[in-house]
Write a protein that binds this ligand. Structure first.
Ligand code: HEC
Ligand code: HEC
Length: 196
């Protein structure tokens, strides 16, 4: 009898805790539905940059990099290797220097593929967003993400991509870097929501 009472009481207590926790979650400041919709729309704008070939060619879901605006497989059977820097016999840095070569080989330091945990190729815009914001993936926190997008040299290469093997200037992402950062700031201020 006594046992039943203790059980009933702890069950009640548990329910109260659950109720309080979910109340606290609904009361989060970024939860306004209008803001969430706007925030998700802002991410779609950010994604026009993330999905541009200058970014996607290194954020592949394959075991090789891609090249060009048509994102064809990298020449010479180049593979990502264990660290994204190529197989021991054919490292990226065999051909890619610290800066663009006038001969058409792009360069920056350290030239390598993004790890597969940061792949975007083949993902929907919502999936890319959740991959960036999910703390369980062990990628970047929001402040680290802002720093990376705004300051990282490899990211910056996309706005200084040099010429291809035919001497044609490579295309740049649809937003300038300052334009991108303005949208990123607004996306975070509105709650960093993801599209469905
Ligand atoms: C030459 C290859 C290369 C190019 C080009 C490149 N990236 Fe990356 N990217 C990387 C690597 C390598 C990492 C992993 C960085 C690290 O671990 O510090 C990375 C990581 C990232 C991350 C962190 C992802 C996460 O899940 O935490 C973001 C965001 C990012 N890059 C944005 C971009 C954007 C935007 C562009 C184009 C404007 C771009 N990158 C172009 C190689 C590249
Ligand atoms: C044998 C030399 C060689 C090796 C090794 C090599 N690359 Fe390249 N890479 C090139 C050349 C040449 C181009 C330019 C091709 C063009 O513009 O048509 C290029 C272009 C690229 C591009 C295309 C940029 C763009 O947006 O069009 C990426 C990304 C790239 N390489 C990544 C890598 C990565 C990552 C590695 C190592 C895993 C690597 N490469 C290893 C020679 C090499």
């Amino acid at each position: 009898m006594r046992h039943h009472l203790v059980f009933a009481l702890s069950a009640l207590l548990f329910m109260a805790v659950v109720a309080t926790t979910s109340l606290a979650q609904t009361a989060a400041p970024q939860a306004a539905p209008a803001d969430r919709a706007r925030s998700a729309a802002l991410f779609a704008k950010i994604a026009t940059v993330l999905e541009h070939p200058r970014c996607l060619n290194c954020h592949t879901s394959t075991d090789f990099p891609r090249q060009g605006d048509d994102r064809h497989q990298h020449i010479m059977q180049v593979k990502r290797g264990t660290d994204g820097g190529g197989h021991p016999a054919l490292r990226c840095t065999t051909c890619h220097g610290k800066s663009n070569s006038p001969s058409g080989v792009p360069g920056n330091d350290p030239w390598r593929l993004a790890p597969l945990t940061m792949k975007w190729e083949g993902l929907s815009v919502g999936e890319i967003c959740r991959s960036l914001t999910d703390p369980n993936r062990g990628n970047m926190t929001l402040p680290q993400l802002v720093h990376h997008l705004g300051e990282d040299r490899l990211v910056g290469w996309a706005w200084n991509p040099g010429v291809d093997l035919d001497g044609k200037p490579r295309q740049q992402p649809p937003l300038t870097r300052p334009q991108l950062m303005a949208v990123v700031t607004e996306w975070i201020a509105t709650g960093a929501a993801c599209p469905a």
